[in-house]
Design a binder for this molecule. Structure first.
Ligand code: GUN
Length: 435
């Protein structure tokens, strides 16, 4: 037990069970522990609870201030949604009958064009942020629309509800079935530049190659915000081949435009592409609900992990019909099992591995793992307080079930009724202050 020189004061101390992942262990269960959060929202200590009196003297808190978790409660790190199209939230749960390219022109672009109207944007963005904060992601990587004002509004709403958010303005100048929903490369650059500087918020650019000309991609490569698509489905890959005939592959399109530097979303990467992703530090956002819902394909996550490429999970609302990261975890397991049914040699993912992908993996994919992702001293306290035994809840427990079974039941059966509190950077954001 030691205390580095710091003037920070302790804001919260919790005692009970903490479940998280580390690079070595997909699930680490820390029982009978005390965790202190300082007034900057960072984890000050996490220790066994044998000697809370000495700890309280060392850190200057009262033992009576310790918040004790119940027998069926635990804390886990907040989940990270690495891809969610906030602008598509109004039609989530519908419009799942077309493959990606037709789906974009039929449903997505006409709705995204409406975000010119800030009243419309405010209504949908308030609802998506409220819904997601309650449903598990403490961090969301949001895709907005082409509109700068509405994109800024989304960032402000995330701040208001206390969610950690990265917001990306969409950039596109080609192949939109909605004539007013595109802009020129220079307009796009002018609008994106100030967004990148906005209060240090990481504002990203969504580059969907079929919607961008080569000159737009080059402009964006100079800004080098990095959130791109690669190979959603075969039809898209074929389209990209005709649009960019001088590039060897879809990956090559981004490589050639200096955009393959950080985060990508893809489905069927070859081993060769995975090597490029690893070398460039690119990460994959795996969105299994959307992959199935709009018939894009099934990603072999095991192969990605074997190549040591960073990978996080995403809901990809509204291509994916659920804004819940618990759903993203379950679909990841379903896809992995489907791959095993097709090929018994395939090594199915375990629920523990998927837990790591939804938390630490997501933080790595967004390059935030120095700040969030697990319960390590010095990181921000982004956490879910889970109670598997709530009145009228979705989970039944039986004698002899230990913490690992309780975790597994929550991941497979739980919902937001079991998430009784949400903390982001040490601040309690759920329950909402107004409820
Ligand atoms: N817009 C461009 N590509 C995509 C995608 O893959 N998913 C969603 N939800 N929207 C998109």
């Amino acid at each position: 037990m030691n205390r580095k020189d710091t003037t920070a004061r302790i804001a919260h101390v919790f005692r009970g069970t903490f479940v998280h992942s580390t690079p070595r262990a997909a699930v680490g269960i820390l029982q009978n522990c005390v965790l202190g959060v300082d007034d900057e929202g960072k984890i000050a200590f996490i220790e066994k609870d044998q000697d809370v009196v000495s700890l309280s003297k060392l850190w200057g808190f009262e033992t009576s201030d310790i918040k004790q978790l119940g027998q069926y409660e635990f804390f886990m790190p907040g989940m990270v949604d690495t891809r969610i199209h906030a602008s598509q939230y109004s039609y989530t749960g519908t419009a799942l009958d077309l493959p990606l390219l037709e789906w974009l022109n039929t449903y997505t672009f006409p709705v995204e064009a409406k975000y010119k109207d800030l009243g419309f944007a405010n209504n949908v963005y308030t609802k998506v942020v409220r819904r997601t904060v309650k449903n598990s992601p403490t961090t969301a990587c949001y895709f907005a629309t082409m509109h700068t004002d509405a994109s800024l509004l989304l960032g402000e709403l995330a701040d208001k509800f206390g969610q950690r958010a990265l917001v990306g303005k969409v950039c596109m100048d080609s192949n939109s079935a909605v004539p007013q929903y595109k802009e020129s490369p220079s307009e796009c650059k002018e609008e994106t530049d100030p967004l990148c500087k906005y209060e240090n918020k990481n504002i990203l650019s969504d580059c969907f190659a079929p919607s961008c000309s080569s000159s737009l991609l080059s402009e964006l490569g100079e800004i080098a915000n990095k959130n791109n698509h690669i190979s959603e489905n075969e039809e898209e890959v074929e389209l990209v081949k005709t649009l960019f005939p001088s590039c060897k592959s879809y990956t090559d399109v981004y490589l050639m435009h200096n955009l393959l530097t950080d985060r990508v979303n893809c489905n069927g990467p070859t081993d060769e592409k995975l090597e490029i992703f690893r070398e460039t530090g690119s990460a994959i956002s795996h969105c299994p609900n959307s992959n199935i819902s709009i018939c894009s394909g099934m990603l072999n996550v095991r192969n990605v992990l074997n190549h040591k490429v960073k990978l996080g999970l995403g809901t990809d609302v509204a291509g994916g019909y659920s804004p819940s990261m618990l759903d993203a975890m379950r679909r990841t397991l379903d896809t992995s099992k489907t791959l095993t049914i097709q090929d018994p040699q395939h090594k199915t993912l375990s629920f523990e591995e998927v837990f790591r992908l939804a938390t630490l993996g997501g933080s790595e994919a967004l390059s935030l793992d120095d700040q969030i992702g697990n319960f390590v001293v010095g990181k921000d306290f982004d956490a879910l307080r889970v109670n598997v035994c709530v009145p009228d809840g979705p989970i039944d427990l039986f004698p002899g079930e230990g913490p690992k079974v309780i975790l597994e039941k929550f991941l497979n059966l739980g919902d937001n009724r079991n998430i009784t509190e949400v903390y982001v950077a040490g601040r309690r954001v759920v329950p909402f202050p107004d409820t």
